[in-house]
Design a protein. Structure first.
Length: 340
C-alpha cells in the first residue's frame, strides 16, 4: 500500500557535490562524476551525431548547419553582453566582415577554404576590433546603437562605391572537399569556441574581463586598463562571429550585402533570451530551438514574426532566466518527502 502523504511535504535540496571552484570539484564516487559529465557529453554527443542523423535529408542537414552558425553568433553576443557588459547589436557586422574577407582571400588570392577561413577569422576580428575601438568608452544603449549602425554603414558603402562586387557580391567561391568535412568542421569549430570561451572566463584574464562589467572603477584603480581589457573582449567576440561568416560563405559559395542583414544581429539576441544568457551554452540551446522553428514556420510567410514575438514574450514573462538556467537548477537539485 502507498504511504499516506497527507502530513508530508516535498523538500528540495541540492545534490551533495562539493564545489571547490567553478572548475574544481571534490568527488567521492563515479556516480558524481557521471552526474557532472552527463550534460556535457549530451551536448557534445548530440552535435557530433547530428550530421549522421540528418545525412538522409540534405535540407535538414543545412538546417543543422544553420543552427551552428546562429549558435556562434549567439555565443558572441552572450559573451559581450553578460560577461563584459557591452550589449552589441553588431553580430551582422562580425559575420559580414568575416564573410567578405574570406571571399577576397579565396577569389583574389586563391587560398583554399582550410586557409581562408582561419585567416579571415583573425583578419576580420582585427578589422572589427579596430573599427569598434573608438566606441569602447561608451556603455549601455549608446554602445548598442553604434554597433547597430556598423552593418548598415557597410551595406551603404558597398552599394554606393560599388566595391567588393557591389550589390552582386562574390560568386564562384570554393566549397569544401566533401559534405562530411563541411559539417564536422563547423560542428567541431562551434564546440571548440563555446568550451574554449567557458574555460577562458574562469581564468585570470577572463576574471578581469568579468570584473569590468561588475565594477570598472575598481579595475581601473588596480592599475589595469579598462579600454585594453574591453578591446581584448571585443576581439574574442569578433573571432567567433567572423568564423561564422567565413565558414558560411564557403558553404553556400557566394556572399553579398545580405551578409550584413539586420536579422543576423537580432536572431542571436532571441536565441540568448530563450536559451539563457550568461552561460554560453544557453545560446546554443536557444539556436537549436529557434532555427528549426523558423523552418517549420516558413510556409506562414511574414506571420512567423508574430510567432517569434509570442515565443519571446512568453519566455521573457514566464521563464526570463532561460531554458538552460531553469534546467540546470532542476538538475542540480532533487526532491524528497518529509514530515511536516
Amino acid at each position: 500500500m502507498g504511504q499516506d502523504r497527507s502530513n508530508m511535504r516535498r523538500e528540495r535540496i541540492d545534490r551533495g557535490i562539493k564545489v571547490r571552484s567553478e572548475t574544481i570539484y571534490a568527488l567521492s564516487s563515479f556516480e558524481e562524476i557521471g552526474y557532472l559529465l552527463a550534460p556535457r557529453l549530451l551536448l557534445i554527443g548530440g552535435f557530433l551525431l547530428m550530421p549522421l542523423l540528418l545525412s538522409g535529408s540534405p535540407y535538414w542537414s543545412r538546417v543543422g548547419l544553420s543552427v551552428c552558425i546562429l549558435a556562434l553568433l549567439s555565443i558572441s553576443f552572450d559573451f559581450l553582453a553578460n560577461y563584459v557588459g557591452l550589449v552589441s547589436l553588431g553580430g551582422a557586422f562580425f559575420y559580414g566582415v568575416g564573410g567578405y574577407v574570406a571571399a577576397l582571400l579565396n577569389t583574389q588570392l586563391g587560398l583554399p577554404p582550410f586557409l581562408s577561413i582561419p585567416l579571415a577569422t583573425v583578419i576580420g576580428a582585427v578589422i572589427c576590433t579596430v573599427m569598434l575601438s573608438p566606441c569602447l568608452p561608451l556603455r549601455g544603449i549608446y554602445f548598442a546603437i553604434i554597433t547597430l549602425m556598423y552593418p548598415l554603414l557597410m551595406t551603404r558603402l558597398i552599394e554606393a562605391l560599388d566595391i567588393f562586387g557591389g550589390t552582386e557580391g562574390f560568386r564562384g567561391i570554393d566549397g569544401f572537399a566533401s559534405p562530411w568535412v563541411e559539417q564536422y568542421g563547423l560542428v567541431i569549430g562551434m564546440l571548440l569556441f563555446v568550451f574554449g570561451l567557458r574555460r577562458f572566463v574562469t581564468e585570470d584574464a577572463g576574471l578581469v574581463i568579468r570584473a569590468v562589467k561588475d565594477n570598472d572603477q575598481s579595475v581601473r584603480a588596480s592599475g589595469i586598463s579598462v579600454t585594453w581589457t574591453k578591446t581584448q573582449a571585443v576581439f574574442l567576440a569578433s573571432l567567433v562571429g567572423c568564423f561564422a561568416g567565413a565558414y558560411y560563405i564557403h558553404m553556400y559559395r557566394n556572399v553579398g550585402i545580405s551578409a550584413f542583414a539586420l536579422d543576423l544581429s537580432i536572431m542571436p539576441i532571441a536565441a540568448t533570451v530563450i536559451g539563457g544568457g550568461g552561460t554560453l551554452i544557453g545560446p546554443v540551446l536557444g539556436a537549436a530551438l529557434l532555427v528549426p522553428l523558423s523552418e517549420l514556420l516558413r510556409d506562414f510567410g511574414s506571420l512567423r514574426i508574430v510567432v517569434y514575438a509570442l515565443v519571446l514574450t512568453g519566455f521573457v514573462v514566464l521563464q526570463s532566466e532561460g531554458l538552460l538556467n531553469f534546467a540546470a537548477r532542476k538538475y542540480q537539485q532533487f526532491e524528497r518527502w518529509v514530515k511536516v
